[in-house]
Ligand binder design. Structure first.
Ligand code: TMP
Ligand code: ASP
Length: 243
């Protein structure tokens, strides 16, 4: 698969065109950012671990009937993906209170939410990814009502499968962020899961010790980020022998 030109550069990944119009290469960088890039560091090998973990999770979700952009992993930092038109919305799913949710409402971290909560943030670094409602999404035409409904149904299902997956390995899925895109083939357009799912985009707590196994280690200067991501990969039975 030939890697052609850089199409998009985000905070933690790059997307390259390939010889096929409907396929891209997704490259995982070592950049760690938080608070909309106010905090930034290079953490050696983080991209390699996220590539492996995201591959594992997308395959698992695919096996459970969640359509997604993953085709195959190419090497330690790259995967081949379906080209989608990204819907510019960060879909945040919360099972317990943490992060910006606790700050916004002045509540304690770890508080159980009586039901799973879905929030939307606009993907717009310049304006600090503002929290938006379904109404904003429709007024600005980022997606229509049936797409919003589809995204919510898929987000709840993804939460169910991920919660089960992590439960089995003694990890509590506190919250996570996902992105969706429109994939068109044979004149049909479908909303599919895109981007990545990794400890960069989830809050994962060890169920016994409550230890944080995610990017909060970086956000809160706790150290040990690579060790934590390796622990997640190992529990997911990802082969780290070449790592
Ligand atoms: P938050 O508490 O900072 O709003 O984040 C909720 C979840 O979404 C958490 O698991 C981190 C993830 N997330 C991202 O991956 N990227 C982002 O830009 C944001 C705002 C959150
Ligand atoms: N990913 C976002 C940033 O780079 C926010 C976060 O995850 O804390 O600032």
């Amino acid at each position: 698969m030939s890697k052609n030109k850089l199409l998009y550069e985000g905070k933690a990944k790059q997307l390259f065109t390939t010889d096929k119009d409907d396929q891209l290469i997704q490259f995982f960088k070592d950049d760690a950012t938080a608070f909309n890039k106010k905090k930034h560091e290079i953490i050696n090998s983080k991209g390699v671990l996220n590539n492996l973990i995201s591959e594992n999770i997308f395959k698992y979700l695919g096996e459970n009937g969640i359509p997604n952009h993953f085709i195959r992993r190419l090497n330690e930092r790259e995967q081949l993906i379906k080209k989608v038109e990204i819907i510019p919305i960060e879909v945040v799913v919360r099972n317990k209170a943490a992060g910006t949710f606790t700050k916004r409402f002045g509540i304690e971290e770890g508080l159980d939410l009586p039901e799973t909560l879905i929030e939307f943030n606009l993907k717009d670094d310049e304006h600090d990814d503002p929290l938006i409602s379904d109404e904003h999404i429709k007024v600005f035409k980022w997606a229509n009502q049936s797409e919003i409904d589809d995204i919510k149904i898929k987000a709840i299902l993804i939460n169910k499968y991920l919660t089960e997956l992590f439960n089995q390995i003694d990890i509590l899925l506190v919250d996570f962020k996902i992105e969706f895109g429109r994939f068109s083939s044979n004149g049909k357009t479908e909303i599919i899961l895109a981007d990545e799912i990794s400890p960069d985009s989830c809050r994962l707590w060890d169920t016994k010790s409550n230890e944080k196994l995610d990017k909060d280690r970086f956000r809160r200067n706790l150290g040990g980020l690579i060790e934590a991501y390796k622990e997640v990969a190992t529990r997911l039975e990802i082969d780290l022998s070449n790592f």
